[in-house]
Design a protein. Structure first.
Length: 289
């Protein structure tokens, strides 16, 4: 089936159901800045003012994009958290030393990860990345986790009650006030978690494939079987589709630095189809205004 036909199929599925949220554009990193991608054919438009931007995430109402932006040359491994409107207006700094933001459903706060020991001596800490929450105005900073190992890559649940995140040995959930930490999966490199719009499932990637696991826990279900890598799932707002990064090559024919393509699949893993050419990273799917 040709790409145009597949894109048309994506539109017909994504526009089904008038009662739920409508699928908007996909935002992703491409050639040094953020771009908006139409899910019905892959046409793209640059978001002005986002040079160096990465890890974008849409506000629930589709009016803002939060993203991390590196600070070379003084410290190329450090990034700061910004907000911008889809047309490039309203650019503003929210927090320093912040990575991988995620919105609260009410649009008032952002959770992110930060090296909690960047300027401190922390003996006995193997990995000092922790989770934080801050208001979109930059006020009310709160640290959620304090552990001797990695906590990062937060994803805020649609009902606002929990934040999913990656740890050294699996995915966990935690309340936005830092209480109620509980395990969701067990295993290393369970990364890039993303909630289904109804809040019942959490998608994530591990070792080059995408899985979903129920919020209440249970056995994960594998969605992708591509020999190459499949990473960074992003649910469509209507819950019918998942955008993700993929590279369809043999299992040993790629490196982590290879440029990826944005693909779409049905939420059950069926009908994978390519949306873009290579060179993309960090897709997130927004709601149509």
């Amino acid at each position: 089936m040709r790409l145009a036909a597949l894109a048309a199929l994506a539109v017909s599925v994504s526009c089904s159901g008038s009662d739920g949220p409508r699928n908007g554009q996909i935002v992703a990193y491409f050639k040094g800045q953020l771009y908006l991608i139409e899910p019905d054919g892959g046409t793209r438009r640059a978001v002005l003012g986002t040079t160096g931007g990465q890890e974008p995430t849409w506000s629930r109402d589709g009016s803002w994009i939060a993203f991390a932006k590196g600070r070379p040359p003084e410290n190329p491994s450090t990034s700061d958290l910004y907000l911008v409107r889809p047309d490039g207006s309203g650019l503003r700094l929210v927090a320093r030393d912040a990575m991988q933001p995620t919105w609260s459903p009410d649009g008032r706060r952002l959770a992110f990860m930060r090296d909690a020991c960047a300027d401190l001596d922390c003996p006995g800490i193997e990995n000092s990345f922790e989770l934080f929450v801050v208001g979109v105005d930059g006020r009310g900073l709160q640290q959620l986790t304090r552990n001797a190992d990695y906590d990062g890559e937060p994803a805020w649940s649609p009902d606002g009650r929990e934040i999913a995140f990656s740890s050294a040995d699996g995915l966990f959930l935690i309340r936005p006030d830092g209480s109620g930490r509980r395990r969701l999966t067990r295993g290393g490199y369970h990364m890039n978690s993303e909630w289904s719009p109804d809040g019942e499932l959490v998608a994530y990637d591990t070792f080059g494939d995408i899985y979903v696991v129920p919020r209440i826990g249970g056995n994960p279900r594998r969605l992708t079987t591509n020999p190459g890598p499949d990473w960074v799932p992003a649910w469509s707002p209507d819950g019918h589709l998942i955008a993700y990064l993929s590279l369809h090559v043999c299992a040993r024919c790629f490196a982590a630095e290879d440029p990826m393509q944005v693909w779409l699949m049905n939420a059950d893993g069926r009908s994978p189809r390519r949306l873009t050419e290579a060179g993309y990273a960090w897709p997130d799917w927004g709601t149509a205004p």
